[in-house]
Design a protein around this ligand. Structure first.
Ligand code: 6PG
Length: 242
């Protein structure tokens, strides 16, 4: 059975998720002096990031030793309302002493393929490795179609075996995205899925308890080689997996 925590309500979920991230940050900082995290986009994590920005959480983290990346980005400018960077900046970066140089943004405004290459190069520079780097934490969401990051059903990124980051046109969304690949995700020390709301109950059950069909359910590709996957869900999303 997966490592899943079901919180009784959305507030408890947000608090639990913030505590989870903060706890891993403190552990990584104590162990290695750095916390390298990739944030999820979308709507679910926004209140979690906002809570992390409050003193009760932010004062426990040495932000100058935190490096923030993103699991994916929409190919839009950083001030676009669809930008995952903008969401995280408004909810978190603008409220904590995180050095701007420690925010590793995907160039949503750039050519998608070039942005993917530059982002992967940015990771190589920080981690100083040619092997997929072991993020301390990669945060992911779950779409109602089973996607995670921007690994959508039927897209080429699902089969990527070498690159850590790819760009792809997502037909169902009619938009270009840049996304980390399963190669990078599965090298992480910790992966956490944050899933909230009754709309996710069915897909969560299929991903966790249904047949393994990653082309249809890309979130099933998340199987860290030596890392740990945690599922944090509220009662509404977890209703079908109890
Ligand atoms: C994005 C995210 C995406 C998201 C899921 C769930 O860029 O939108 O990376 O993978 O996590 O679509 O989104 P919600 O949390 O808004 O339901």
């Amino acid at each position: 059975m997966p490592n899943i925590t079901v919180f009784p309500d959305p507030d408890a979920f947000v608090h639990g998720a913030a505590e989870f991230v903060c706890g891993l940050a403190q552990a990584a900082l104590a162990e290695s002096g750095r916390f390298a995290v990739a944030l999820a986009g979308g709507g679910t994590p926004r209140p979690v990031y906002a809570l992390l920005a409050t003193p009760a959480f932010a004062d426990r983290i040495a932000w100058d030793k935190v490096h923030v990346f993103f699991g994916d980005e929409r190919c839009v400018p950083p001030d676009d309302e669809r930008s995952n960077f903008r969401m995280a900046r408004e909810a978190l970066f603008d409220h904590v002493p995180l050095p701007p140089a420690n925010v590793h943004r995907i160039g949503g405004e750039d050519d998608p393929a070039q942005a993917a290459r530059a982002y992967e190069q940015d990771m190589k520079l920080l981690f100083r490795t040619q092997a997929p780097p072991a993020f301390d934490l990669i945060c992911l969401g779950l779409g109602e179609d089973g996607h995670t990051a921007s690994l959508f059903p039927g897209t080429a990124g699902l089969r990527e075996q070498e690159r850590w980051v790819v760009s792809q046109y997502v037909k169902t969304m009619k938009t270009w995205r840049v996304t980390v690949t399963p190669v990078l995700i599965n090298a992480a020390r910790n992966v956490v899925f944050m899933v909230k709301g009754s709309g996710k109950a069915e897909i969560l059950k299929r991903v966790l308890a249904g047949p393994y069909e990653p082309d249809v359910l890309p979130a099933q590709l998340v199987r860290p080689t030596s890392g740990r996957t945690s599922w944090l869900v509220d009662a509404a999303a977890g209703a079908a997996v109890r």
